[in-house]
Design a protein around this ligand. Structure first.
Ligand code: ZN
Ligand code: ZN
Length: 412
């Protein structure tokens, strides 16, 4: 008899885990808010706590998401540059080198006058980037994509590239730097970067956008300054490894970038799903459920709890939790039966420290026909009573695959 395979919805409440907050009488925001819908999943599923990388390691959102997707983050992580580039749509492949860039203002001797070109933004940056399309330098394809405000990303693709080069960005108002190779193999990459920087100045200095800005007394964006080179990591595509189609529903660029690099389809969200505090969580859940109709696995990320933790705003984090519970209500009332639901976080973001901590995150897995456990409340404390115990992030996907009847038998 073949058992039907289920689909998997992995819900990441970014940074939702916390520590005891004195202003909440020693409770965490999750403990301080009544969350009947999250609690329903806990009461009907299995719960535990999870060290997303390993005990005592404070994860970044990028390394944490790699771990949640089943990768060994320590082996595949090559820095944030490639993921940021991917987050604004420059999804590279193995061997490509990505940089973060700033539009900047320089004088005729390439002295930096304003590293952010007066915080220039779209549509000016859109027009400027267009004039830099289709460049090939020494056989290397050069692609530029605009980010928010003065930010952009640069992607190099071609044979013989190596990311071990220094920045052209002087990081202050000094002279634009020559990129230097840190190892002999990176000589070509440094040459391409230097040529690109000069070319960006030649193409941008008399661009109509800059003529207009000059006349209006605004800083011109007459050069692009690359920094933070990183190689696209050697990541085997998630859909191939796990033999299931996969997508991500997220508003934040970096999360979209990580998922894109891992081979997940990055779903466009309606404008009301900003990824920030005011995001329409129910609309986002609707989008995830719709995406599950033609994908086997969906990762969704809600960013707002993390933002509140960084702001050290425990009361605001409580209202983010209330919002999450509204999304879980919609899920509870509308989910298909053949679904494995995971409710967890990528790391804790403590309202008392304003940063990520290594505290294990709460975890609940729900699907039809599970053995009950004693956990009834979604929180750092409540989930610890469940039968999943304390696991690591890279154990999560295998557990879900098994519950979804997708795991291969080990042995005869
Ligand atoms: Zn995070
Ligand atoms: Zn964070």
């Amino acid at each position: 008899m073949t058992v039907p395979e289920k689909k998997i919805l992995l819900i990441v409440m970014d940074g939702v885990g916390d520590r005891a907050c004195p202003e909440l009488d020693g409770r965490t925001p999750l403990q301080a808010v009544d969350t009947p819908n999250m609690d329903w999943f806990v009461s009907n599923g299995n719960s535990g706590i999870m060290d997303v990388i390993s005990p005592g390691v404070r994860p970044g959102s990028d390394t944490a998401h790699l771990s949640l997707l089943g990768y060994d983050a320590k082996a595949v992580y090559t820095g944030r540059g490639p993921f940021e580039a991917a987050g604004i749509g420059l999804i590279g492949k193995r061997g490509d080198v990505a940089f973060r860039c700033n539009f900047a203002t320089v004088d005729g001797d390439l002295n930096t006058l304003d590293r952010r070109a007066g915080r220039i933004k779209a549509p000016d940056t859109t027009d400027l980037v267009k004039s830099l399309s289709g460049i090939v330098i020494k056989g290397v394809e050069v692609t530029v994509r605009e980010g928010t405000e003065h930010r952009a990303a640069l992607l190099l693709r071609g044979p013989g590239l190596d990311s071990r080069v220094t920045d052209a960005d002087p990081h202050n108002n000094g002279k634009v730097l020559e990129s230097r190779p840190l190892v002999p193999e990176a000589a070509l990459t440094a040459e391409v970067v230097n040529e690109f920087v000069r070319m960006s100045y030649d193409k941008l200095k008399d661009h109509p956008v800059n003529k207009r800005r000059r006349e209006a007394g605004l800083p011109e964006a007459n050069i692009l300054l690359p920094r933070g080179a990183g190689s696209f990591p050697n990541i085997d595509p998630f859909p191939e490894i796990n033999r299931m189609s996969a997508a991500c529903v997220a508003g934040v660029g970096m999360i979209k970038g990580i998922c894109g690099v891992c081979g997940l389809d990055v779903i466009d969200l309606p404008p009301a799903c900003t990824g920030g505090f005011g995001t329409d969580v129910v609309l986002k859940m609707q989008t995830a459920l719709r995406t599950l109709k033609d994908h086997d696995f969906v990762l969704m990320n809600f960013k707002s709890p993390d933002v509140c933790g960084h702001d050290m705003a425990s009361a605001k984090k409580m209202s983010a939790v209330r919002n999450m519970d509204a999304a879980m209500k919609y899920l509870r009332e509308n989910m298909p039966r053949d679904l494995v639901v995971v409710l967890t976080a990528d790391h804790s973001t403590a309202s008392s420290t304003g940063d990520h901590t290594a505290d294990p995150v709460p975890l609940t897995i729900y699907t039809d026909g599970m053995i009950m456990d004693d956990a009834t409340e979604y929180s750092e404390y409540g989930c610890a009573k469940g039968r999943l115990g304390r696991i690591r992030g890279h154990d999560l996907l295998p557990i879900c695959m098994d519950l979804a009847n997708r795991a291969e038998k080990f042995g005869a």
